[in-house]
Design a protein around this ligand. Sequence first.
Ligand SMILES: [Zn+2]
Length: 399
Amino acid sequence: MKNIVSLLNEFKKIGLTSFDGVTRCVYDENWLAAQKKYMQIASDYGLYTFVDDIGNVYATTEKNLGQKVFILSGSHMDTVINGGPLDGVYGTLASLISIGTLMKKFGHPKIPLVAVSFSEEEGSRFNTAFTGSRYLMNKLEDTVYGLRDHEGLSFNHARQNAVTQLKELASELKATGLIHAFIELHIEQGPILEKKRQDIGIVTDIVGQKKLLIKCYGVANHAGTTPMNMRCDAMKKAVTLIHQLYAVLDEFVALRYTIGQIRVQPNAANVIPSEVDFSLDLRHKSQKRLDDAFTAVKELTELNDSILTIMTDVNAIKLSDQLANNSALAAQYHNSAYQSLISGAGHDAQIIAKYVPTTMIFVPSIKGNSHSPSENTKSEHLVNGQLVLQQALYQLAYI
Ligand SMILES: [Zn+2]
């Protein structure tokens, strides 16, 4: 069987872009090819493959999962547009290899193991994210099915077409029993582990996240004939508000905030702007501090006569201490240098952790780069991460 590094090189070719990045959006041609290849590898290991109605693919140690309690491990198969070769697919393939190898070496586990390749996490095609893990947790709203991609194709239409093809190759996953634990292995997507020369990161918390859109209104008019004291300039309002936001948000310890996108209407050099909208991304590991920061933003936008819309709202979550200890033992078993850390990025684990004991294992990202073609991790770290995951699963399922 191939190791994690050579499999990742093969998957990089599925959706390779001319900029040396990877684009696999949920239900597109490349996504479908990747999920099919995942199933093939699972079968080569002698695992049983299943698919559900959202397009999550599972590889299990049991032919009939029935109502048995099981341990789940995996990540997502989709990417951002022109993303890197590791985000999502690393954890997806590593869990498949780990469970396949354990099964070959030790036979059936005491607690069934299930690898999962979630259909979607990034939100890069339809304006919604985590649809794979939300579906598994029975938390996907019906409105998602009506969403359309930029070509006007509905989520439901794209889904039906892709899932039908997957179902030709695997049985349908019926109602499952209880998930005993979830482990997601992922690249760090940040610089900490590399800087501290660690092989493994054990995630204690995933930050909460609020993505806001703030709109400031003015009146479009002639840039030359309208006196300065007779203008209603949306840009001036937005800049004033942004200054105030920076000043207030800097006071929140450990808050990460970003104004990364700004749009101007009508966006002409000789017209006073009639509308300016900008994004504000707020993240904090403490839900209380995140909520406080949000309240401060809300007050400022109201004072400045602007409109605030919440685009994404995910709660901060603490992961399982017990499973973190299990991961630490697995890291020790492989003589890895490890430390705990907080994830500043969102993950499927964040959705699942609300209902199921969950842990995340990180490997270092070179220069902390991610969501771009320069996303990379040393081969030795990729291999070690997979082995630590395998050991963590072994300790949970076989002992
Ligand atoms: Zn990811």
